[in-house]
Design a protein around this ligand. Structure first.
Ligand code: PHE
Ligand code: ZN
Length: 877
């Protein structure tokens, strides 16, 4: 528990480490009650440091020190002191061995950081600063060491003993314990350390690298999950081939291990040679996992694999550089997913997420640059900005350079910095060097928070045959910076006419990347013989909020004619958004709602298309979410947004009823298939069913019920369950209750499926949401210690159930604050993350603002609050 209030740590205060740790030898003995960690560190003064003093300061948290020795001589109490999270040894030589023995308590570790117990296994999580909960160390990413780790545990309880690198030696002790020694030849920072001890089953495969080396691939899971490993294994092999082909990166150890654990704060962790995964991001089987779940597994497996180069071989100098590895690796995994499936679908999914989650973060009190200048608790910085905006920034570099130069840039980056801990500036320097471009202004993307606004107007001069685009950029103030410098924005454009895209150069290219660098800038296209409709920001070439005075007819036109698939989708979204925003105004003024027939016509046209990818069709037919509308609103009017979106779904469902039914039937398959085409069909089918239900067609209940009962896969089953649960008709209630019971009974032994059962109920928009969630909190399958359960119930209710969470009485806010306070005592990282919806209080009406603030203040006033929750609560008030 803290006594003084924590302060910020600044990037400008960075200093090279005073000491280095060349070798790290650990012996971790896991007992019934606790564990002891014996560490032998080969250390020396860092020649690059100008520190002249004699003392050594090490990190350590919740360690019970048993012994401490320098060069084999035990230190007396007078020779060192422990102050909070620091161990200070008053005098050390220039070269020495530091030996320490500490006692730790993995069974009592509910923070899931350091060494902890999850169900039947012990495992570690060290990023960002969890290693200091295992032993005294220089726990910072620029201290890289060669690790040798011996794990000792009961042979019957923990037959499997793993750590990073290669298995070097093993044996049995005569007291029923056994041991294994692992050696990792690659230097790494402590955050990439891992160990696992438990009773696990193994799925094995192998991979031959491009240079002909054989790599053993091993997936460790609980026995019952052995059938759910195939997809992760295939994804891993696909990722290994892809990284060789696209980035020229080969795997470097003889062994690649993945372990699945049920209690995990994040999705997965890229520890060298020993990835640890949240079960939700590695296990997949059609009977338990939705199609979206399959895609997520593929993306996360690839992401962690790609980190072996972008993160591990070349790592971060300090945590302000977090996006160096995360932004780049998200970019790499998004390219991979695009290559494995449909590139446009992947782009639409990513941009949707960016616009709802990252844009909202970027305009709120926790907004921060991709390269932050300060933080209080680094765990709070694993954000959509660091990951997704960071990836967008790398994507812009890729757009500016083109694929060949970009690849030369990454080659140089990996070559120059292999084995080093570096900065975002080093990454950009490699790109600048290969392209001979000046990235000075571009760095604003890394250093300024906030989403730039790009306003565009145009005019056409038929006499001169000139079409001009006038750009004007600005960026609203954010907590760390009031006055923004202009950005270097790549804007990919095309000019569309009824007969197609106009050629924009002599080669006949129809897309051009404009580079907007000035606050105001005009670009003139010559030789334009008819007035085009501009297609702006194709492929979402920059993470900005674009505005152009499109008429509804121009948007419908682009929906049908733009050669850029992403912008066809986007035009549809903008069309819907314009209509929805107008209806929100009508709703507030008490004007009866009427749906513009142009939307119905546009939908009918899309439904009639036969040659489009069905997954794309489904995306075009999906209205913008309530949260996207909320993000765009001046003041979020919860009821208006909710009612307007429901109204539109209902009207579209009604007006196109027969088409939805025909589409539903045409895309229903007798036999389950996992192909991309089959996934696309399922998404269109289930969307159609949802519209039938929204339009309250008489047969929709029975269709839904039949689909639920007869589904042979989780996508169809869950989609039907969601429909039933959200159907407002009285006659739906008994069916919905029955379905929920049946679902529970059928899947009660599958934690991952129960997460989906909780999510479905937590997201139910019918009145009484909070009461339902409170009842579920008492359900025997709910577990406050398990982050997946917390996210599925509390997280989904507070982040994905706008109308119920924001109920005017404010009970939802009270509920969240109560839970954050309780969670903070167990798991600060999860607690502070759950607080996010309350931090957005400024966006709501005055009544809700007051209620939300009150609850935030109550959290902040809680004695003994963690640094994590303290930072978020204090920065938001
Ligand atoms: N580095 C992990 C990833 O993105 C995420 C993570 C962060 C996991 C912190 C655990 C703790 O791949
Ligand atoms: Zn990552």
């Amino acid at each position: 528990m803290r006594d003084a209030q924590p302060g910020n740590i600044y990037l400008k205060d960075y200093e090279v480490p005073r000491f280095l740790i060349d070798k790290t030898e650990l012996r971790v003995e896991i007992g019934d009650k606790d564990a002891t960690v014996l560490a032998n560190l080969t250390m020396r003064r860092n020649p690059a440091s100008n520190y002249q003093g004699k003392s050594l300061s090490l990190h350590g948290v919740q360690l019970e020190l048993q012994q401490l020795a320098v060069d084999g001589r035990a230190l007396s109490k007078a020779e060192y002191e422990v102050n909070g999270e620091e161990l200070l040894i008053h005098r050390v030589p220039d070269n020495f061995t530091l030996t320490s023995e500490v006692l730790i308590r993995p069974r009592e570790n509910t923070s899931l950081e350091g060494l902890f117990k999850s169900r039947t296994m012990y495992c570690t999580q060290c990023e960002a600063q969890g290693f200091r909960k295992i032993t005294y160390y220089l726990d910072r990413p620029d201290v890289m060491s060669e690790f040798t780790t011996t794990v000792v545990a009961s042979k019957s309880e923990c037959p499997v003993l793993l750590s990073n690198g290669n298995l070097h030696d093993w044996g049995a002790l005569d007291d029923g314990r056994h041991w294994a020694t692992w050696h990792d030849p690659f230097l790494k920072p402590a955050y990439l350390f891992a160990l696992v001890a438990g009773d696990l089953s193994l799925v094995e495969d192998s991979f031959t690298t491009c240079s002909g080396r054989d790599v053993a691939l091993k997936l460790y899971v609980e026995e019952k999950d052995i059938e759910k490993c195939g997809h992760a294994m295939d994804s891993l092999k696909n990722a290994m081939v892809w990284d060789e082909e696209v980035y020229g990166r080969e795997y470097d150890l003889d062994l690649y291990m993945i372990v699945a654990v049920d209690d995990f704060n994040m999705g997965a962790m890229e520890n060298k040679g020993l990835n640890i995964f949240n079960t939700s991001c590695v296990l997949a089987h059609p009977s338990t996992t939705t199609d979206d779940g399959f895609k997520r597994v593929e993306a996360v497996v690839a992401h962690e694999y790609f980190h072996n180069w972008s993160g591990n071989r070349v790592t971060c100098r300090d945590w302000f550089q977090l996006s160096l590895k995360e932004g780049f690796t998200v970019f790499r995994d998004s390219q991979f997913s695009a290559d494995m499936g449909s590139a446009t679908v992947k782009r639409v999914e990513d941009v949707n997420m960016l616009r709802t989650v990252q844009f909202a973060e970027d305009s709120g009190p926790t907004a921060h640059p991709v390269q932050p200048a300060y933080y209080m608790e680094i765990s709070n910085f694993y954000t959509a900005t660091i990951y997704e905006k960071g990836s967008e920034v790398v994507r812009m570099i890729h757009t500016l350079l083109g694929p060949e130069l970009f690849r030369r840039g990454t080659d140089i980056y990996f070559e120059r910095h292999d084995g080093q801990a570096v900065t975002i500036e080093d990454f950009v320097a490699a790109m600048a060097d290969v392209s001979e471009r000046d990235f000075t202004q571009f760095m604003n993307w890394y250093r300024q928070a906030g989403t730039p606004r790009l306003s565009v107007t145009s005019d056409y001069d038929p006499q001169q045959q000139q079409f001009s685009l006038h750009f004007s950029q600005s960026c609203p103030p954010t907590p760390e910076c009031q006055e923004k410098q202009p950005y270097h924005i790549p804007v990919s454009v095309g000019l569309v006419t009824p007969s197609g895209d106009l050629p924009l150069d002599a080669k006949g290219n129809t897309t051009q990347v404009l580079e907007i660098t000035q606050p105001e800038q005009t670009v003139v296209f010559e030789g334009i013989t008819e007035a085009p409709v501009p297609s702006l920001l194709r492929g979402f070439s920059a993470p900005v909020k674009l505005s152009y005075p499109y008429t509804l007819d121009q948007l419908s036109f682009l929906m049908g004619h733009d050669s850029d698939g992403f912008n066809r989708w986007n035009a549809g979204q903008q069309l819907s958004i314009q209509l929805m925003q107008a209806l929100v105004t009508d709703y507030r003024e008490g004007t009866p709602l009427v749906l513009d027939q142009r939307l119905v016509e546009a939908f009918a046209k899309v439904l009639a298309e036969t040659d489009t990818d069905k997954a794309m069709q489904a995306l075009v037919l999906m209205l913008p979410s309530e949260y996207l509308l909320a993000e765009l609103a001046e003041v979020i009017d919860v009821e208006a947004i909710h009612q307007v979106r429901r109204f539109m779904c209902r009207e579209l469902g009604r007006e196109l009823r027969d088409t939805w039914r025909a589409t539903y039937l045409a895309n229903s398959e007798k036999v389950f298939e996992m192909s991309g085409a089959a996934v696309a069909k399922r998404s269109l089918k289930n969307l159609s069913l949802r519209y039938l239900l929204n339009g309250a067609s008489d047969d929709s209940l029975s269709l839904m019920h039949t689909q639920f009962m007869e589904a042979d896969n989780m996508t169809d089953r869950l989609s039907a369950l969601n429909g039933l649960v959200n159907d407002p008709r009285e006659e739906a209630r008994p069916l919905s209750e029955q379905a929920l019971d049946k679902f529970y009974n059928d899947w009660q032994h599958e934690p991952l499926v129960l997460n989906q059962w909780f999510q479905t109920q937590a997201a139910c928009v019918l009145p009484g949401g909070l009461e339902r969630v409170k009842v579920l909190m008492e359900h025997p399958a709910f577990d406050f210690h398990n982050p997946n359960k917390v996210r599925s119930l509390i997280g989904v209710f507070c982040n994905s159930n706008l109308i119920n969470f924001h109920d005017e009485a404010g009970e939802g806010y009270r509920f969240l604050a109560d839970n954050v306070i309780a969670l903070d005592k167990l798991n600060p990282q999860i607690a502070s993350r759950q607080l996010t919806p309350l931090t957005k209080w400024r966006r709501y009406d005055l009544t809700r603002q007051a209620l939300m603030r009150e609850e935030l203040a109550r959290v902040l006033a809680e004695p003994g609050l963690s640094r994590d929750t303290y930072e978020i609560a204090s920065k938001s008030l």
